[in-house]
Design a protein around this ligand. Sequence first.
Ligand code: TRP
Length: 344
Amino acid sequence: MKETLAYYICSMNKEIVVSGIRSTGYLHLGNYFGAIQNYVLMQENYECYFFVADYHALTTHPDPKLLKANVYRVVAENIASGLDPNKVALYAQSDIPEIPELYLMLNMLAYKGELEKVPTFKEKVRSQPDNVNAGLLTYPVLMAADILIQRAVKVPVGKDQEQHLEMARNFANRFNTRYGQEFFPEPQVFRFNQSAVKIMSLDGNGKMSKSENVNATIYLSDDDDTIRKKIMKAKTDSGPTEHNSVMPDYIQNLFLLMDLTAKPGIADTFRSQFNNCTIRFGDMKKQLAEDMVAFVRPIREHAANLQADETAIKKILKDGAEKARAGASKTIEGARKLIGINYY
Ligand code: TRP
C-alpha cells in the first residue's frame, strides 16, 4: 500500500487544487473579485488544475457553435484576469478522456436515491421539467470525477457547491473501502483566509450573479460607456440626514467597489462626506464610473485580443490538457488495477 501511495504523491509536494469554471455566461465583477482573484493567488502556492466544465454544460444541450465560442471566451477572460497558463494547468474537461472513464467507475458506487435528493438536481427538475436527463442526475458524480482524477485535496467552491463536494468525499471513501486502499484522498472545501469578497448587484437585489439583472451587473466585456451607464444607474437614495448613519447595503457596495478599483484615499474622502451628510451620490458615482472604466478596460482588451487569437487559445488548451492528463492517466491506471480490469 505504501508503495502505491508513494507512486502517486507528486514530486512537487504542493497541495493539489482543482476547480471547474462554468462555460456559460460572461464573467462579471462578482466572479472576478469573488473567485478568479483567489485563483490568481493560489497559483503561486498550489499545484492548480483549473478547467472549463464543458461536459457539465451539455446537460442543457447548448448550440455547438455557441459552446465552442463560450469555452474560448472563458479561457481568454480568465487569463486576462490574471490566471497564468504557465503556472496552472488550464484545460477543457472534455479533453481529458480519463474524466469520463472515472465517472463511469464512480457511477457504479452512486445511488439513485442519494442523487435524486441533491438540491441542485431538484431545482433543475423544477426549472426544466422536460429535460431531466441522466447527465443531470449524475452531475455530482462527474464533478467528483473532475476532482478525484487529480487526487485533489483542496477545492475552491462557493456555498452552493459544498454538498457536491461532500458527495465527492463519499464516493472517494466508498471506492477506498470497496477496493481496500486509501487510493483517493478526501477533497476539502478551500476557504480563503481573507473572507471572500461579495459584490452585490447594482440594483441592490442580492449578489451580482449571472442570472440577475444584466443592467445591474458589470461584465468584464462591457465597453466604457456601458460601464458608465450602469454605474450611474446604480441604486442610491437621498443620502443620510444624521451624522455617522448606518450605510444601507447598496451604498456599502458602491464603497466596496470604490475600495477595489480607485486610488487609495478616494473612497475615504467620500466616506467622510457620507458621515457628515454632505455626500452627493451623483459625484461619487461619476468618480466610481471612471475608476471602473480604467479598471475593466485593460482586462477587456486583453481578453478580446486573446479570444481573437485562436492559435494561442488552442495551444493553451492543448498544453493544459497535456499537463492534466499526466496525473489523470496515473489515477486511471491505479483505479483499473484496484477494480481488477487490467487484463494485460
Ligand atoms: N459545479 C461547479 C459550478 O457549478 C463547476 C464544477 C464542475 C466544479 N466540476 C467541478 C467546481 C469540480 C469544482 C470542482 O460552479
